[in-house]
Every structure is written in C-alpha cells, then in structure tokens.
Design a protein around this ligand. Structure first.
Ligand code: GRF
Length: 203
C-alpha cells in the first residue's frame, strides 16, 4: 500500500522537494497526491507542478472569517483522501475543523529543538539565546503552537560565527533528511502514540 501524502507549504518548498524526490522511488512507501498553499505564486507550488502533482491555494484573505478558511482548507485536503498531511514550512495555524478531521495524521517540521523556540523564528531565537545545539523537530500538530507530540529530532551545532542564515541552512539540511527518513518510516512501519511518546513501528 502506498501512503497518500498531502503537503502544505508557504514558501520555497525545499522540504517538499525532498519529499517529491524520495517518493519517486516506489519502495519509499508514500506518494505526494497534492500540495496546498496559503499563498499563490510561491516556489513550492512550482515544484509541485513540475512533478505533475495537483495543487490548491487557500489564502486566508479570500475568506470573510478564519473559520471559513479552515473549512475550505479541510475540504481541499479531504478531496485527496490523505493518510498523512505534512506541514513543510506552512506558516498558518490550522483551526478546529481541520484538527477534527486530521489530528493524529497531521505533522509539522519545525526548525528548532522543541519545546525550546517554538513559533516563527526558531533559528533566530536559538542564536540570540546562545545555545550550542540547534536543530529540527518533526511533531504531530495539536491546537497549540508547536506543542504536539514529538516524532523525531535532529541536532546540529551552532558555530561561533553563525548568522541566522548560516544556521538556518545547516538546520535545513538536517531537517530535510529527517523529514524524508521519518515520513518514510511512518508510511512503511506505522506508529503508536502513548500519551506524548511516539514510537515508530508496529509496536
Ligand atoms: C523550514 O525550515 C521549516 O521548519 C520552517 O520553514 C522552513 C521551510 O523551508 N517552518 P522550505 O520552504 O521547505 O524550504
């Protein structure tokens, strides 16, 4: 069985690209069946189109109420009958309808070692704080900001001369590898969650 992935993006989509490349191999166990964005004209959508993957745009400003946006995003994903939805640089918090449909099957990759530095500026906040290890976290999404159960983490060093950009790039290399490895394992082996403890494999 091939696990059906919908990937949500807001920007350059390098994590999406890593997934598109990995899913080209049938033994990976998953395929990207659609890509959604909250913005038109982003590189992530172009990357999807190059792979003949259908796309949709759900822009918050096109809806009178946030709840209507949430309903549209939910329906747009449901159309593709996903097994797993991956937020790969999707910079919007989903609402209650989306979570009612997909909680437990919606994962996000965040560019910090949670629970430290949640939110929009993980690498910048880590650099400012002066930590010596930064990294990325793949986690389930719940109704909080980057608070859901952690699936995988990877650490990279913070170097003395790092700028936000150099640290971000180092994190993203490790983040993409982790995303591809972990989503593949989730697809092939399944997972269990006991309270906050996520275990890959059929336990
Ligand atoms: C990733 O580092 C992700 O953690 C953060 O935004 C970045 C998205 O990068 N939320 P890309 O669009 O996949 O290149």
């Amino acid at each position: 069985m091939t696990v059906r992935l919908v990937v949500l993006v807001s920007g350059s989509g390098s994590n999406l690209q890593a997934l598109l490349d990995a899913t080209a191999d049938p033994s990976y166990g998953a395929s990207v069946v659609a890509v959604g964005s909250d913005r038109p004209d982003i590189e992530g959508l172009t990357r999807a189109a190059k792979h003949d993957v259908p796309t949709f745009v759900a822009a918050v400003r096109d809806f009178a109420a946030r709840d209507d946006w949430d309903a549209f995003l939910t329906a747009s994903c449901e159309r593709f009958a996903p097994d797993l939805i991956v937020s790969a640089g999707f910079m919007k918090l989903v609402g209650p309808r989306f979570l009612a449909s997909f909680e437990g099957r919606y994962v996000n990759t965040h560019n910090a070692l949670l629970p430290a530095f949640p939110g929009m500026h993980g690498p910048r906040d880590a650099l400012t704080y002066g930590v010596k290890l930064a990294g990325a976290t793949l986690h389930f999404v719940d109704s909080g900001v980057d608070t859901g159960a952690i699936i995988a983490q990877v650490a990279v060093p913070v170097l003395d001369d790092d700028t936000e950009d150099t640290l971000l790039e180092r994190i993203k290399v490790a983040e993409r590898r982790q995303l591809v490895d972990t989503v593949g394992r989730m697809a092939r082996e399944g997972w269990t969650v006991n309270e906050r403890k996520v275990r890959l494999g059929r336990g």
